[in-house]
Design a protein around this ligand. Structure first.
Ligand SMILES: Cc1cc2nc3c(=O)[nH]c(=O)nc-3n(C[C@H](O)[C@H](O)[C@H](O)COP(=O)(O)O)c2cc1C
Length: 216
């Protein structure tokens, strides 16, 4: 059974106890985790500047399923609107299935055959409501996808996000081929694996901070 009913009961009890006695229940309001620096400046630089999209994987080096699940668990730390956690991750490691899915995507030519694992990030549409939340699922799903990619990077895996900016028809086809529920909108696909020996990456120059930031 899903634990959400119990979470709600805990919250109600905590509220009652706060109103009656002023006692702060640690179950629903735990002390904040430490917020001081986790990595040195050098480690931080290295971590963020060493992720690059990889388009040449070692096809014979399949990522361990436990490692993929560990990255997925890390990605559950992603913030989401009202903590709704609407994102879902579909993981594929079967080569034929991966190639069937990738035949529907338009940005993998030349390296599809090398991809040993594939993630499809989706968002459950039913967790959003009204015109005001029309775009929220793309934001929450995008944030989850990015955290997942950083988590994989931290665990030593390489990735390449693969866009799914598609209309309804190809999306329906993808749902049918990948067994994705009609209630889920597709955010992005993610190629996962280990880069082939001595693989190269695209230069992908960055805009300067002054071009990106407007500091007032
Ligand atoms: C949402 C999204 C979709 C992307 N789709 C593709 C794609 O279909 N094919 C591809 O080769 N790269 C794709 N990329 C990778 C980008 O080209 C890449 O992130 C960008 O050039 C910066 O390079 P870097 O990731 O190596 O820093 C995508 C990236 C994002 C964020």
């Amino acid at each position: 059974m899903q634990p959400y009913y119990q979470y709600s009961l805990d919250a109600l009890h905590a509220l009652e106890s706060w109103n009656e006695t002023g006692f702060i229940d640690e179950t629903v309001s735990p002390p904040a985790p430490r917020a001081d620096t986790h990595l040195t400046q050098e480690q931080t630089q290295d971590f963020f500047s060493s992720r690059r999209s990889v388009r040449n994987f070692d096809p014979n080096r399949k990522p361990d399923t436990d490692l993929l699940l560990e990255a997925a668990e890390l990605a559950t730390n992603t913030p989401s609107v009202c903590n709704r956690q609407a994102s879902r991750l579909h993981l594929f490691t079967d080569r034929d299935e991966i190639l069937r899915i990738l035949s529907l995507q338009n940005g993998n030519s030349g390296f599809a055959e090398t991809i040993p694992a594939l993630g499809v990030v989706t968002v459950r549409r039913g967790l959003f409501t009204g015109a005001g939340e029309r775009n929220q699922r793309w934001i929450d799903g995008g944030l989850f996808a990015m955290t997942f990619v950083w988590s994989l990077h931290a665990l030593g895996l390489n990735t390449c996000m693969l866009n799914w900016s598609m209309t309804n028809k190809p999306t329906e086809k993808l749902r049918s081929v990948a067994g994705i529920d009609p209630e889920e909108d597709v955010i992005v696909l993610i190629a996962i694996g280990y880069g082939a020996e001595a693989h190269r990456v695209a230069r992908s120059e960055r805009r300067s901070v002054s071009e990106v930031v407007r500091l007032r």
